[in-house]
Design a protein around this ligand. Structure first.
Ligand SMILES: Nc1ncnc2c1ncn2[C@@H]1O[C@H](COP(=O)(O)OP(=O)(O)OP(=O)(O)O)[C@@H](O)[C@H]1O
Ligand SMILES: [Mg+2]
Length: 376
């Protein structure tokens, strides 16, 4: 049976919770941090419910000790309003989730159920540096190697990742790699471009709709439901209208959604990745992006470097694109390469791919000359 350790200094809460959870779980409890760590050692629980305010030490300290264990349990923080700063630190340190007190029992049970699924998934998972997946990210520059190493580490976690980078730098490719290397890789990967959908339809696209919810609405699942069990990429999240941001925040907090016009809560189990070419922090400061949503989606952060900061990758990428176009016998004249290296690449890798494609057509079939390389 799944073991839950409940560390909270309120004996009444202990009693109620033990009673409710006893049917499905083995519940052990502790009233202080010291006792909690002692029981943790002895019982090796699967899930820990941890109050942030404990009489002897901060719950954050306890969390740190829990996370140092080799097969650390999924830890759910219990917190009161006004402790947002602590919650943020806890989630960033590796807590699985949090609940605000006073919590609703069903909500607590839902969170525990997901934590249990999650821990089972992770314990059964042996991370692999699958060359099929990582191999699609071409580049050996220092910055790209760093990025690949972070992708490998972040793939094993289940926390949300915010991917920031200029247009055409490979954000979607990075998101696909995170999914393909993760314990969810057998699930689906769904991407939704938040900037490409009219404001009135964006929520229906994300969360689905019920017939008659608005003119022309049909009963259908949105991309969150379709991604269940897998990974969703919220692309161009900076473009999401404020109203939809509110709904999204609620979905992420409760891990359940209502279709537009629907009354049935649909619970979700997926990993959320977001991508943006904007400076989201700045968007928050200027009031265009909700701060609470920003912290929800930005637990882990990846910055994808622009092409102009990694000259070493240019010729590797050229060779790769030529090979993809079945032109691998085409060479690039040194002056051509120099022209490529002197360009500032506002459209990054996508622009490079297009330039190479055009150059291959313009070339004499054996070598790409400087004049074959044209920027638009
Ligand atoms: N490191 C890389 N190796 C090989 N191909 C890459 C790499 N980075 C990007 N690409 C290719 O460049 C193109 C653009 O990548 P992608 O669509 O992932 O960029 P993006 O950052 O999402 O762009 P946008 O901001 O315009 O949405 C794609 O064809 C992708 O396969
Ligand atoms: Mg993209």
């Amino acid at each position: 049976m799944i073991r839950i350790l409940f560390i909270d200094d309120d004996p009444q809460a202990q009693k109620t919770l033990s009673m409710v959870l006893q049917e499905d779980y083995t519940v052990v409890s502790a009233l202080t941090a010291a006792e909690g760590l002692d029981v943790l050692e002895k019982t090796d629980p699967d899930v820990v419910l941890l109050d942030i305010n404990l009489p002897d030490r901060s719950g954050l300290d306890v969390l740190d000790e829990i996370l140092q264990r080799p097969a650390a349990p999924a830890t759910i923080m219990l917190t009161a309003y006004g402790e947002v700063e602590f919650v943020k630190r806890a989630i960033q340190a590796g807590a699985y989730d949090y609940l605000l007190k006073p919590y609703v029992l069903e909500q607590l049970e839902g969170t525990i159920r997901r934590a249990v699924e999650n821990i089972a998934l992770r314990r059964a998972y042996i991370p692999s540096a699958d060359p099929q997946v990582m191999g699609k990210l071409i580049g050996e520059s220092r910055v790209l190697k760093e990025l690949k190493s972070l992708i490998g580490r972040f793939a094993a976690a289940d926390s949300p990742v915010l991917i920031q980078g200029e247009s055409g730098t490979g954000k979607e490719l990075v998101a696909r790699a995170l999914h393909g290397l993760s314990p969810r890789k057998e699930g689906t990967f769904q991407a939704i471009n938040c900037g490409a959908i009219p404001e009135t339809l964006v929520e229906a696209e994300m969360f689905g709709s019920e017939k008659g919810a608005y003119t022309g609405a049909t009963t259908r699942a949105g991309c969150f439901e379709r991604a269940d069990g897998g990974t969703i990429l919220l692309d161009e999240i900076g473009e999401l209208p404020l109203k939809a941001q509110v709904t999204l925040l609620r979905v992420l907090e409760f891990k359940e959604l209502y279709r537009v016009g629907g009354t049935k809560a649909i619970s979700l189990n997926l990993r959320v990745l977001s991508a943006t070419n904007r400076d989201l922090k700045q968007e928050v400061e200027e009031g265009r992006f909700r701060e609470d949503l920003y912290y929800r989606i930005n637990v882990l952060f990846l910055s994808v470097p622009p092409l102009r900061s990694r000259d070493e990758d240019v010729s590797l990428l050229c060779a790769y694109f030529l090979q993809q176009q079945r032109q691998s016998n085409l060479r690039i004249h040194p002056q051509g390469l120099e022209k490529l290296l002197n360009h500032s690449w506002p459209g990054n890798i996508r622009e490079l791919r297009n330039v190479i494609e055009r150059a291959a057509v313009l070339s004499d079939g054996t070598e790409i000359q400087a004049r074959d390389i044209q920027f638009s």
